[in-house]
Ligand binder design. Sequence first.
Ligand SMILES: Nc1ncnc2c1ncn2[C@@H]1O[C@H](COP(=O)(O)OP(=O)(O)O)[C@@H](O)[C@H]1O
Ligand SMILES: C=C(OP(=O)(O)O)C(=O)O
Ligand SMILES: [Mn+2]
Length: 531
Amino acid sequence: MADRVPSFSLAHQGIDTGAELHWNLTTAPLIEHAVQRGEGLLAKDGPLVVATGKHTGRSANDKFTVRDAETENTIWWGSNKGMTPDHFQALKADFLTELKTKPTLFVQDLFGGSQPEHRVRVRVINEFAWHNLFIRTLLVRPDEAELAGFEPEYTIIDLPSFQADPERHGTRSETVVAVNFSEKLILIGGTRYAGEMKKSVFGVLNYLLPVKGVMPMHCSANIGPNGDTAVFFGLSGTGKTTLSADASRTLIGDDEHGWSDTAVFNFEGGCYAKMIRLSPEAEPEIYATTKRFGTVLENVVMDPVTRELDLDDATLAENSRGAYPIDFIPNASDNNLGPVPKNVIMLTADAYGVLPPIAKLTPDQAMYHFLSGYTAKVAGTEIGVTEPSATFSTCFGAPFMPRHPSIYGNLLKERIAKGGVDCWLVNTGWTGGKFGTGKRMPIKATRALLNAALDGSLNNAEFRTDPNFGFKVPVAVPGVDSSILDPRSTWADKDAYDATARKLVQQFIDNFAQFEAHVDESVRQSAPKAA
Ligand SMILES: Nc1ncnc2c1ncn2[C@@H]1O[C@H](COP(=O)(O)OP(=O)(O)O)[C@@H](O)[C@H]1O
Ligand SMILES: C=C(OP(=O)(O)O)C(=O)O
Ligand SMILES: [Mn+2]
């Protein structure tokens, strides 16, 4: 029998179902189930291709945390939405009723966190085989001995066919991600976007680890040839996954890490890369994963006859994704960790085209930008939309950060203060104008600038001070066209640049008002000032 059934059953957890249970299946049998059940199709070179329908990204506005004695004073209700215990109990009852009606369920016992002293045991119960494969791929897989005695701490029940009822469950729509820290139970319904599961586990670690002196981070991480670790913070689409996969550096992970007193370690065992317009030249390591059995491709368009992929086709989603185990990247770390960082990079995709492609930050400026968590993307994909919209998501991950931003911010501050950490802001967004007139920063240029920062050579460059943001910007970098280093010079219309910069500066200032009381004067002084 392919199942690996732990001694701690669902009945132990008070979960009663007549469903046929598939326990801890490995990749191949899960793919067989997914295909037999009509959940997806195999692509020409082996990946499983699935579509999620309406939800092709996270439903951040449908995420709730149960507000009770455990969470009242530990969760920051400024950005986390509360759910009453009564609404959660109604939701849970309805989830358990629905579980009873399912003929088949897939269960995985996994770790959130690669390091034994800082991990959480998670049981995930899925309606879909492909979701079970996804979460097995993304989290850390226990070995046989760990599995036999596995007792879950947190449980996720993921029922995409469940439809929440705003009246009965206090939700906003039929979609719900409800986190109960007292019961250690997470209920996900009304969405098939797989990323909800892994980001829910991230939220749990972000709740648990600060108390243990570990800084949890929404970042990618890799290690250079001299053993120098770099972490890359950034909101979705800013380049964490893309830029951390680099032939010259060892990959620790692409999305979620912890910074302890001694190391940076991955929370996950897999990666989740954007597939849209993936270029084999610019992203060869990630591209290669689209040719392998074991990769799950979400909302990637495929010819039903030839089973050829079309990575350029955004018909199903702009946010098409590929999930693969981390060892599909050739130069991935085999122990999931590295030394404490030498460099901290903050990525932003500035669709206003105002920020320079790279800037050196002082520790105070780093704190300012970490709490701000800025990126600006284009509003949508509709024809005629040319105006970018600014997003400020604190700690570069507000939807996943249960506690007050100052908790994470102070952990960063302490770590940077220990010395030896260089901080950089990198704009992977627009150059030569804002979205509509300019173009996206070439990946090659970003990589060249990053390499100069990470190998230390950029520290010796000549710098100017940005008149709006006050940070230091290199004037010339070997191998990079100097004209892109000064964003204003790339705009045909300098007045338009100045006006756009003024607008952005004001947005930073308005957003930071909420943090002023929580930071030192020196951090407040790091705010941008319109030139
Ligand atoms: N200069 C650049 N740096 C990084 N990514 C870029 C750049 N230009 C375009 N891109 C594209 O932007 C997207 C970045 O997404 P990804 O790396 O998945 O971000 P994240 O992991 O932070 O969500 C990819 O589709 C990548 O091809
Ligand atoms: C998976 C996600 O993360 P990212 O886009 O940061 O890679 C997500 O936000 O759903
Ligand atoms: Mn990513």
